[in-house]
Design a protein around this ligand. Structure first.
Ligand SMILES: [Zn+2]
Length: 67
């Protein structure tokens, strides 16, 4: 029985799925500041003006603050 070729295909398929879905997820985790979303609940902060998330109330990082 030659299962090696099939096993390789399955592994490659798994890696492809991982790169397709897991890759973006990992990038978003590593670079959370590339999107104006709350790091805790994912709320859209593009319209938020307060220093806290209006959805969950977590304190937001203010990197653009000069104070
Ligand atoms: Zn939040």
């Amino acid at each position: 029985m030659y299962l090696a070729p099939y096993s390789g295909s399955i592994v490659q398929l798994a890696i492809g799925v991982y790169l397709l879905f897991g890759g973006k997820w990992i990038v978003n985790l590593c670079i959370p500041s590339n999107r104006p979303y709350c790091p805790e609940c994912g709320y859209d902060l593009s319209k938020a003006t307060s220093a806290n998330c209006p959805e969950c109330g977590v304190k937001l990082p203010r990197d653009n603050s000069t104070g």
